[in-house]
Design a protein around this ligand. Structure first.
Ligand SMILES: C[S@@+](CC[C@H](N)C(=O)[O-])C[C@H]1O[C@@H](n2cnc3c(N)ncnc32)[C@H](O)[C@@H]1O
Length: 211
């Protein structure tokens, strides 16, 4: 089993910022979806190939995975996908005020690292200050989707997002899925593993409100 990367390590204090959108995507008028902790990026490659009317950004703290994804991206010449290496919170912080909020449409947190021990909870990716930064970057009406197979982590993420006051539960998910960043309900690698092993997927969607 792989070792989790400690996102609070000093190594990750410095980021390589995401370049201006015109240098990243072929058409910058499309809505943008951010996948946080995108792992090998396969989910995003599938999304980008199937949904040409969206731009996708994958953020990942394991540099080797990002380098592999970047190489594959060049080989496949896909123009609506970008990968950035680093602690996602710092990468997002850098985007505030740099990218137009009206095209930042949604974020996904798919099966983030659980960091079970209480003393390690501050390494969990969803933290109040990170949710605040996402709310500053994204337009009202934007979405956050969370998924996990760890109930305790799911409850912690849910509580953190709801307590932020910037987001509300979004219940009529099915009605809007066709307009979402993932209209055909593609699965991540971890989700496929969870389903194959008949484990439970906990999931929820939130909508950003005016606050
Ligand atoms: C369990 S894996 C899930 C990968 C993928 N989302 C999936 O569903 O298959 C969690 C991923 O989040 C990444 N990650 C954890 N903390 C992060 C952070 N602060 N910033 C960026 N990526 C992070 C890990 O390196 C790992 O690749």
């Amino acid at each position: 089993m792989r070792q989790h990367v400690n996102p609070l390590s000093k190594v990750f204090n410095v980021i390589d910022p995401i370049p201006p959108l015109k240098d990243v995507f072929n058409d910058i008028s499309k809505p943008i979806h951010f996948d946080i902790g995108c792992g090998s990026g396969e989910f995003l490659f599938n999304l980008a190939k199937h949904n040409k009317n969206w731009n996708y950004v994958g953020l990942e703290i394991r540099e080797k995975l990002v380098n592999k994804s970047k190489t594959k991206l060049k080989d496949e010449s896909i123009d609506n996908l970008f990968f950035a290496f680093g602690n996602a919170e710092y990468l997002i912080e850098d985007c505030i005020g740099k990218f137009p909020s009206d095209i930042i449409s949604s974020f996904s947190f798919n099966f983030p690292d659980p960091w079970f021990k209480k003393k390690h909870h501050k390494r969990r990716i969803i933290q109040p200050q990170f949710i605040h930064k996402i709310s500053q970057l994204m337009a009202n009406g934007g979405y956050i989707s969370i998924k996990s197979d760890v109930e305790e982590l799911f409850e912690y993420m849910d509580m953190t997002i709801i307590n932020s006051k910037y987001f509300i539960n979004h219940t009529n998910k099915d009605r809007e899925i066709s307009n979402s960043y993932n209209p055909t309900n593609l699965k991540t690698n971890r989700e496929n593993y969870v389903i194959e092993n008949k484990l439970k997927v906990f999931e929820k969607l939130y909508k950003k409100i005016e606050y």
